[in-house]
Design a protein around this ligand. Structure first.
Ligand code: FES
Length: 200
């Protein structure tokens, strides 16, 4: 401990180190590093582990929240300019990248999966017959994907479609026909495939 003392006659103040009861001087005791106890060390390890786990959890949440497919890639969204859509009565339009047919039915626009619901062959639109026909085993489907005949067990599968209209987006979440009158563009969500109904 430091105690100020005054020299007689000179007025000069001097400082004198005073030993503490333990024999060590105070400045030395203040500078000493306190060792980390076993309990504190375990707390630090636990805290660090929690921080790592939290970071990993946050990373996983962000990874799952991000879209897995890019636009224009099968499994993602396909945006089509409304000016290029097939008009009512036109032959359906094939989109190989999205693996769907855009078909304009009397009830509205639909996006039908290209894959036959029998054994997965790629069927075609036969203009002369006005229907889809599968070359593998002869299943046939209407313009709207409705089963006509053949071994296919159900109607064609379809994708959700959104029409961007001046009044806002109109979505057929179950792939039902969507009215595209006045739409500027149409978005087909190939990440949302709806199974065709099974026929009796
Ligand atoms: S795969 Fe199409 S009818 Fe068999």
């Amino acid at each position: 401990m430091t105690t100020p003392t005054v020299s007689r006659g000179t007025g000069v103040t001097a400082r004198k180190e005073t030993p503490t009861p333990s024999g060590a001087t105070a400045p030395a005791a203040q500078g000493a590093v306190k060792p980390v106890s076993r309990r504190e060390f375990l707390y630090y390890i636990w805290g660090a582990s929690m921080a790592v786990l939290l970071a990993q959890g946050t990373g996983l949440i962000i990874w799952f929240a991000l879209p897995r497919f890019r636009e224009g890639e099968y499994g993602g969204l396909f945006t089509i300019d409304a000016a290029t859509l097939p008009a009512a009565g036109d032959a359906p339009q094939r989109n190989p990248a999205g693996r769907f047919w855009l078909t304009n039915t009397p009830d509205g626009l639909m996006a039908l999966s290209m894959v036959c619901t029998h054994l997965g062959c790629l069927f075609a639109w036969v203009d002369a017959n006005g229907r889809f026909e599968c070359p593998c085993h002869g299943s046939k489907f209407e313009r709207n994907g409705q089963y006509i005949e053949g071994p296919a067990p159900r109607n064609l599968d379809r994708f959700a479609v959104t029409a961007n209209t001046p009044g806002g987006p109109v979505t057929s979440a179950e792939g039902e026909p969507v009215n595209v009158a006045g739409a500027t563009s149409v978005v087909v969500n190939t990440g949302r495939k709806i199974k065709g109904d099974t026929h009796a």
